[in-house]
Design a binder for this molecule. Structure first.
Ligand code: ADP
Length: 186
């Protein structure tokens, strides 16, 4: 039977990693074998685990590229029923055919990542993954200005680099009213 793709998305602090960890732990309770990966750009808290802002963790293998992910996963694929990937926005579009292959092989594929950049643009392969998913869970965070439901990731400060990882205090969750794509004008 074919597998499924479940995408967990939303802004920073919306609980994507928490939700991914929750699903992976439940799969393990059900005695399913799990393999979990994250890009090596995300060194937040752990090299060998995915971690949420609320300090929950699940072991993960850090891989630099989709090609490295394939090399790590395929030798053990016959043993694996559930594949989890966190911070999936940092992988290139090669992650899309990989998802399609894994689904065709009957795997349950769980992918968590940002849907938009701090400029509110679609982020990497995530919109495509959402389009082909069986199930999309779009989470919201709490706006750090007013407490409303936040769908945006606000970049604080001036850096124009797309990716600044692990630096605490560089981002906040914001609602539509309190978000600015430029820097923190508010
Ligand atoms: P994500 O993977 O989406 O960045 P995490 O799962 O790492 O989210 O973290 C979610 C946790 O972050 C929440 O359970 C809460 O403890 C904490 N948190 C900090 N700031 C906020 C915020 N503005 N809105 C919601 N949760 C927040």
């Amino acid at each position: 039977p074919p597998g499924v793709l479940e995408v967990i998305t939303g802004p920073m602090f919306s609980g994507k990693s928490e939700e991914l960890i929750r699903r992976l732990k439940r799969a393990r309770i059900a005695r399913q074998r799990v393999a979990c990966y994250k890009p090596d750009i995300d060194l937040r808290y752990h090299r060998t685990a995915i971690a949420s802002h609320s300090a929950q963790t699940h072991e993960a293998t850090t891989v630099a590229t989709v090609e490295r992910l394939r090399e790590a996963l395929y030798p053990q694929l016959s043993e694996v029923e559930v594949v989890g990937i966190d911070e999936v926005q940092f992988f290139d579009d090669g992650i899309i055919p990989l998802a399609v292959e894994l689904i065709a092989m009957g795997k349950r594929v769980l992918m968590a990542g940002l849907d938009t950049t701090f400029e509110a643009e679609p982020f990497g392969p995530v919109p495509n993954l959402m389009a082909i998913a069986d199930k999309v869970t779009k989470l919201s965070a709490v706006c750090m200005v007013c407490g409303a439901s936040a769908i945006h990731t606000q970049r604080l400060g001036q850096s124009q680099e797309l990716v600044v990882v692990g630096a605490a205090g560089l981002y906040e969750a914001r609602c539509r009213a309190h978000f600015s794509p430029f820097t923190d004008e508010l």
